[in-house]
Design a protein around this ligand. Structure first.
Ligand code: SDX
Length: 399
């Protein structure tokens, strides 16, 4: 019977562990809760549906980091810290420019984030108080680095952040460079795109002990610095089994081409025992609530024939996958299945999709590392050895 995983455990504890640490409990947390049976997700007890509807990324990041919704002055103070940290050193821009043009965006992102440590001497202290400040600086800068990577890959000049824009608005502005002065009320940045990006940043901000979150905790538990820690999380998130799935989904939908091709395409893939990107989850054996929210949003932003067609293919594929594997194996759409359609509808390139995931998840990564620090202990599991034990050393001439 699947446990609900609610209630503080006193270590040492007993738990049944499957391959890939399935079911392993690595720590107690109050940051976020995922109920895989009911398809429920909450950050500090607040449902993801309410946060997506009423909150902002800044407010959600504050909630994850400090455990409560900020009062107005607290939120303004947090935004001010993000604002003053938003620019990135020219050396980082030059570094991204000299790397091979076809370097994957996530490799560029993790290289740049790790290198930012060289410009933040305080980051080498690694105390709880100093790490709280470094965390905020990384949350701010990772968005600017992502936008810079997007611009450099397109051969365009990097755009400096503006002081009058929110985190999501700045991200959009630094990526698109478009300023629509005809809409001064929106401070010149397209509201539809910024709202969608802000919602996407809320939806991806935390999700329990995912592979990338656990990676960050393992790295930081050795008291390595936060920049090295987040660079490691980015490396884990890149994988197509994890955050990289959103890129794969779009390529898959384009390959299928039309809704009428779905059945035949699906049959071929299943015969080859291929796992369909955007479906399945280690914890959810019900609909991922984030996928539901993104799917609803797709209908709002699907205005062109191209996007309407991608959405129609996706919905047909969802029907087929649920018919074949939903009840039978608990395989349902996960967060990556519809998110890429929203991003594509907003005009963002596919190579940006997984970096956008990191721009958001850095909030959950840093929050959980900070939560673990007061009771920090290095992660050091074991492997069961089953090789030979008494082997003699054979000199080269006798081999
Ligand atoms: C994210 O951990 C998190 O919270 C991650 C995340 C977050 O917010 O951080 O939610 C974000 O990473 C979402 C997942 C994105 N990845 C994908 O969409 C890639 C496709 N999905 C699969 O590779 C898989 O579902 C995983 C990696 C997500 C989960 O893998 P598990 O838990 O190790 O499951 P498994 O591979 O052992 O599969 C169990 C069974 C197998 O069947 P049997 O061999 O038992 O017969 O389910 C089947 C699998 O074949 N299965 C699928 C499937 N995923 C699992 N069958 C078809 N299509 C799929 N997508």
């Amino acid at each position: 019977m699947e446990r609900d995983f609610v209630g503080k455990k006193e270590f040492p504890i007993k738990c049944e562990i499957g391959r890939g640490l399935e079911g392993a409990i690595v720590n107690n947390t109050q940051i976020g809760y995922v109920n895989g049976k009911e398809g429920r997700l909450c950050y500090r007890g607040i449902s993801i549906e309410d946060l997506a509807k009423y909150s902002s990324f800044e407010e959600t990041a504050y909630l994850l980091l400090f455990g409560k919704l900020p009062k107005r002055d607290e939120l303004n103070g947090f935004k001010e810290k993000l604002k003053v940290s938003r620019s990135i050193p020219q050396g980082i821009v030059e570094m991204i420019k000299i790397l091979p043009k076809d370097t994957h965006s996530m490799n560029l992102l993790m290289s740049a984030v790790a290198a930012l440590a060289g410009y933040d001497k305080e980051s080498q202290k690694v105390t709880l108080e100093s790490e709280k400040e470094v965390a905020i600086r990384i949350i701010s800068k990772i968005a600017t680095v992502t936008a810079a990577i997007s611009r450099i890959k397109k051969g365009k000049e990097v755009i400096e952040p503006r002081e009058d824009l929110s985190h999501a608005e700045n991200l959009v502005y630094m990526i698109t460079g478009e300023v629509d002065e005809s809409r001064p009320s929106l401070r010149g940045v397209d509201e539809e795109i910024s709202k969608a990006i802000d919602m996407a940043l809320i939806l991806h901000a935390d999700h329990g002990m995912s592979g990338s979150t656990f990676t960050c905790m393992v790295i930081h538990a050795s008291l390595s610095d936060f920049y090295a820690t987040i660079a490691g999380g980015i490396g884990s998130l890149k994988g197509p089994l994890h955050g990289g799935a959103n890129e794969r989904v779009i390529k898959m939908l384009q390959e299928i081409g039309t809704p009428s091709n779905v059945e035949e395409w699906y049959g071929r893939e299943r015969k080859l025992h291929h796992k369909i990107p955007g479906f399945g989850h280690r914890i959810y054996h019900a609909h991922d609530p984030r996928a539901r929210i993104f799917k609803e949003y797709c209908h709002r932003v699907a205005t062109t024939e191209e996007i309407k067609n991608l959405l129609a293919i996706a919905e047909r594929l969802e029907e087929v996958e649920i018919r074949e594997l939903g009840e039978k194996k608990g395989i349902f759409p996960n967060v990556d299945f519809y998110s890429g359609i929203v991003y594509k509808a907003l005009g963002l390139e596919t190579s940006l999709f997984t970096p956008l995931f990191a721009v958001s998840r850095v909030a959950g990564w840093t929050a959980r590392v900070l939560e673990y620090m007061p009771e920090n202990r290095i992660f050091r599991p074991r492997a069961e050895y089953y090789g030979p034990l008494k082997q003699e050393y054979i000199p080269m001439e006798k081999r």
